[in-house]
Design a protein around this ligand. Structure first.
Ligand code: 3YP
Ligand code: ZN
Length: 371
């Protein structure tokens, strides 16, 4: 088994600047200057753990390239691309569109590299150069919509890679599994009215974007039934995440029968994340990875490409990410030192409120009915 791994140091140079967490600092409002939540450290430290642990020696290193205009314009408007490019030329950079998604001078080329990285990982898997692949990219992508970036995202990395696979590589059916704790609204929107791309988003109920990712968002027109949302209650742990994979995500992907599986891999459902209130441990991320790999084995020869999204605890994200890469490559190199502590927390067992929303999502999968 060969697992592709793509990281580039310049992803750490995507400059979100001085901020008060998610907002621009503003003394009059009491917002003391600090760092932006979406800074280089979680991803850089994940990469450094991959190297220092020695897992890197078991991976096939892939190199990114910039996404072309043609690739970006399959998902975004020309106005959005032009605005990002022009703001990127300014000495102080610009913002992707919602006022909380800043980038520095030259940020457009880093955002192009992030999208192009996922395209390259898809090509590597489709070419058979590797069996599966992980793109450890910044900036993230799953919130970006056609006309705008949002929620720290500039271009829809996963959506662009899926559109590339469809348009250039002739891949007919693609399943996107988004386990970032926030709703994958941008990826969903890109394919909302079509049946070629199934989008499944597992997220914490109504966190970001506001009022997005409700259970009743199911796609429209020809896409009716090809979007799936499972908005889990706050406090969901490993048990709830395993249950949602077994009862909803895996059956939905299996019923769809994709030729390729893409994963929007955020680690902000992690038990120590500052931006959400879920409890997933490195073992939880390992287990949900194994579930995705198993259904992809059955449907499409294990063709899985993961693209990094959120995750904001610089100390814990690396161990969650390493567990995912260990599962993908079948090589174990390191124990998570936090695991004895965090897996002992109360709340990992499936709770009634979690079971309720998972059951409500499960009955929406036609092929799973009565089975
Ligand atoms: C955007 C503003 C508050 C929450 C934040 C979400 C960013 C993210 O990790 N999206 O997946
Ligand atoms: Zn997120």
């Amino acid at each position: 088994m060969a697992t592709g791994y793509l990281y580039h140091e310049v992803f750490g140079w995507h400059d979100t600047g001085s901020h008060a967490g998610a907002f621009p600092s503003n003394p009059a409002a009491g917002l003391q200057p600090f760092i932006h939540m979406e800074n280089a450290e979680t991803k850089r430290r994940f990469h450094e753990l991959v190297v220092v642990s020695g897992l890197i020696d078991h991976l096939v290193r892939l190199a990114p390239r910039q996404a072309t205009d043609e690739e970006i314009l399959r998902v975004h408007t020309a106005e959005h691309l032009a605005r990002i490019e022009s703001e990127s030329e300014q000495p102080k950079g610009g913002d992707a569109g919602d006022g909380i998604s800043p980038f520095g001078q030259g940020g457009a080329s880093i955002a192009r590299l992030a999208a192009g990285a996922v395209v390259e990982c898809v090509d590597a898997v489709l070419d058979g150069r590797v069996d599966n692949a992980y793109a450890l990219v910044r900036p993230p992508g799953h919130h970006a919509i056609a006309s705008s970036g949002m929620g720290f995202c500039i271009f829809g990395n996963v959506a662009i890679a899926a559109a590339h696979a469809r348009a250039v590589r002739g891949v007919e059916r693609i399943a996107v599994v988004d386990w970032d704790v926030h709703h994958g609204n941008g990826t969903q929107a890109a394919f909302y009215d079509g049946s070629d791309v199934l989008t499944v988003s597992v997220h914490q109920d109504n966190v970001f974007p506001p009022d997005s990712g409700r259970l009743d968002e199911r796609g429209e027109g020809a896409g009716a039934g090809y979007a799936l949302n499972i908005p889990l209650p706050p406090g969901t742990g490993d048990g709830g995440y395993l249950h949602v994979m077994d009862e909803v995500v895996v059956p939905a992907v299996r019923a769809f029968g994709p030729d390729l599986v893409l994963v929007a891999s955020g680690f902000d459902a992690g038990v120590m994340d500052p931006l959400a209130r879920q409890m997933v441990t490195s073992e939880g991320f390992r287990a949900i990875t194994e579930r995705v790999l198993a259904v992809a084995d059955d449907c499409c020869a294990g063709r899985v490409v993961m693209s990094h999204e959120g995750g904001y605890n610089p100390v814990y994200v690396p161990f969650c990410g390493l567990a995912v890469l260990e599962a993908m490559s079948g090589v174990r190199v390191l124990e998570d030192p936090f695991l004895p502590l965090v897996s002992g927390f109360a709340g990992h067992d499936l709770k009634p409120a979690e079971a309720e929303v998972i059951a409500a999502a499960a009955v929406q999968i036609p092929a799973a009915e009565g089975s």
